[in-house]
Design a protein around this ligand. Structure first.
Ligand code: PFF
Length: 462
């Protein structure tokens, strides 16, 4: 039928299960693991955060990862097409996923571009003397009027354009030759670069103080709903759930594939990487605290953007072989970020391919060019940093919760496809989700609605 899929072409395929696993891990492992996870853990009870985090992973992360894989694999489409096949009125849910991807793509690219610049700066340790001043004034050229300037800063625009050119190029090559190859090379490389980095970090003097700070549990936080919201939010962001990404990636798997097994590999691989990143980041902070003669808890700027672009450069400047360490750190950020970005833009591109019959090349160029122009206009100006925070709050905290609830409502409540999807998973997979899987997902949806309301209220009050 018209509009179902205007595409006369055959759907593209991954070359096999390993390729799919690497691509899905590539999407999951990203900036969120390297700078989001350690900071979230530290701020939400340290070692005690592992409790809500693990519970969130088991009760929501894995069940919803199964759901997205089931939808993508069974209904074989990008998010809007697959959702439309789930329920005839649910195409909009898929487009909502696509819209959120579009927003994330704009700022995710900015951080990758900064990392690319900093990879370059590491060789000359350009940022060593005054890391904060270098980042905010010399590099971003923030000056005093943080939110107002619309002047494009060439040193930021250039790497940004480069990242977009690379993204468009890779996506234009298609799933098999483009996305798959990037991940098959990039993910093992990331494991090596980050592995060396972690090893070096753990052998720094003071490393154990940092790790102690991260893992000293504060169990009193377990009664704080905000901590649980943070844990569920981290798991969703980290596994790229509720963005339509996993639906899209699963739609390129061959018909008879094991769906649940690889999903579990992705989930545990991603969490292991987060844990390693937590250890490495806090070991490094322990070293920094020691050189400054303060406690780890007295350090400032240890989350988010400042962690990577102010605090880390300060450490790099002080350690022997800093150039090498710096280059490895920023190369890891670029690799982790690029493999995630590709999944986000592919989700948008696939939606247009399915809707209008465009081929991967046309879709990649069209989607990429529009995004590139907007992200250069928005993020290579001094306002970028301000924009980043706002966008992150709305899209990652409210947007995904709405996207997840919409998907569950369409599939289970209106589409009544819980058992069908469960049987689909059980038929082709080694690990069966079990009869209680749809029940669990209903409970999660209620939890998400609660999270949505409380977050919306707190944003509105702010
Ligand atoms: N999972 C990625 C990370 O942890 O950095 C971020 C991400 C990728 C979010 C893709 C959403 C997405 F669709």
């Amino acid at each position: 039928p018209a509009g179902d899929s205007a595409s006369p072409q055959k759907r593209e395929h991954w070359s096999g299960q390993t390729a799919f696993i690497l691509a899905a891990i590539g999407s999951a492992v990203g900036l969120g693991n390297i700078w989001r996870f350690p900071g979230e853990a530290y701020e939400n009870g340290g070692g005690a955060f592992m409790v809500p985090y693990l519970i969130a992973l088991l009760t929501a992360g894995i069940p919803i990862l199964f759901l997205e894989n089931a939808i993508g694999h069974r209904f074989r489409g990008s998010a809007p097409l697959a959702m439309r096949r789930v329920h005839r009125n649910a195409e909009g849910v898929g487009w909502f996923h696509v819209a959120i991807c579009f927003v994330i793509g704009l700022y995710y690219t900015a951080v990758i571009a900064w990392s690319l610049s900093y990879f370059w700066f590491s060789f000359g340790l350009d940022y060593a003397d005054d890391p904060a001043g270098f980042f905010f004034n010399d590099y971003l050229q923030l000056g005093s009027d943080v939110t107002l300037s619309a002047q494009i800063v060439p040193s930021v625009a250039l790497p940004l354009i480069l990242v977009w050119a690379l993204t468009i190029g890779i996506l234009a090559l298609g799933i098999h030759k483009g996305v798959e190859r990037l991940n098959v090379v990039g993910i093992p490389l990331l494991v090596v670069t980050f592995g060396i980095l972690a090893f070096r970090a753990l052998s720094l003097p003071g490393a154990s103080d940092g790790i102690e700070a991260l893992f000293t549990p504060d169990f009193s936080v377990l009664t704080d709903p905000e901590v649980w919201i943070a844990a569920y939010g981290q798991v969703f962001f980290s596994l790229s759930l509720a963005y339509g990404v996993m639906i899209t990636y699963a739609s390129y798997r061959r018909r008879r594939s094991n769906v649940t097994g690889p999903a579990l590999v992705v989930a545990f691989g991603n969490s292991s990487f987060s844990l390693l990143a937590g250890l490495a980041v806090f070991a490094t902070l322990g070293f920094l605290a020691q050189t400054q003669g303060v406690g780890v808890d007295e350090l400032e700027n240890i989350t988010g953007v400042s962690l990577s672009f102010v605090t880390f450069p300060a450490v790099i400047a002080q350690m022997p072989g800093g150039q090498f360490f710096g280059a490895l750190f920023f190369a890891s950020l670029v690799l982790a970020g690029l493999t995630s970005l590709i999944s986000v833009i592919q989700t948008i591109s696939a939606a247009f391919q399915d809707k209008f019959g465009w081929n991967p090349r046309i879709a990649a160029v069209a989607v990429g060019l529009v995004s590139a122009v907007l992200s250069v206009l928005g993020f290579s100006t001094a306002s970028g940093l301000y924009l980043l925070d706002t966008v992150d709050q709305w899209s990652n905290q409210l947007g995904i919760v709405a996207g997840a609830v919409g998907m569950i409502a369409a599939a289970l409540w209106f589409g009544r496809r819980g058992h069908e999807l469960e049987r689909h998973l059980a038929a082709v997979s080694t690990i069966r989700p079990g009869r209680y899987w749809p029940v669990l997902i209903n409970v999660i949806a209620l939890l998400l609605i609660y999270m949505f309301v409380s977050k919306a209220v707190s944003l509105a009050i702010d």
